[in-house]
Ligand binder design. Structure first.
Ligand SMILES: [Zn+2]
Length: 118
């Protein structure tokens, strides 16, 4: 597994993933809140919606807008457990370890950081 940037680049070459960008209110939220608060939100959202062995509404738990973390999850294939498996090799059916949660948060936050810079 390469660096987080290499992962994001590879996933961004999928046509579906490449469509996602931070725009409008979601972009403004990312800039306004700043990286450390966005990271805290990402931690909370991943823990609440993705980390369980069998997350509620898995496959449909991540809205397409309304928070920069949600957009980042679709862009990086961290929106549900099957996308997590396909894009990051994390098997479904078991709760995410703290290390796996940190990895997912790193991917989400790095994508947001890159979006805000462009
Ligand atoms: Zn998904």
């Amino acid at each position: 597994m390469g660096s987080v940037d290499e992962r994001i680049d590879a996933i961004g070459r999928q046509r579906f993933r490449a469509r996602f960008h931070l725009r409008g209110r979601d972009r403004a939220t990312a800039i306004l809140r700043g990286p450390s608060r966005i990271r805290a939100h990402a931690h909370d959202l991943v823990a609440a919606r993705l980390a369980a062995a069998h997350p509620r509404n898995d496959g449909k738990q991540t809205p397409y807008r309304g928070h920069p973390v949600f957009v980042a999850q679709h862009a990086t294939g961290t929106c549900c457990r099957s996308c997590l498996q396909r894009n990051h090799g994390i098997a479904p059916g078991a709760a995410l370890t703290p290390e796996q949660q940190d990895y997912v948060v790193d991917v989400i936050c790095r994508w947001i950081e890159r979006e805000v810079q462009t």
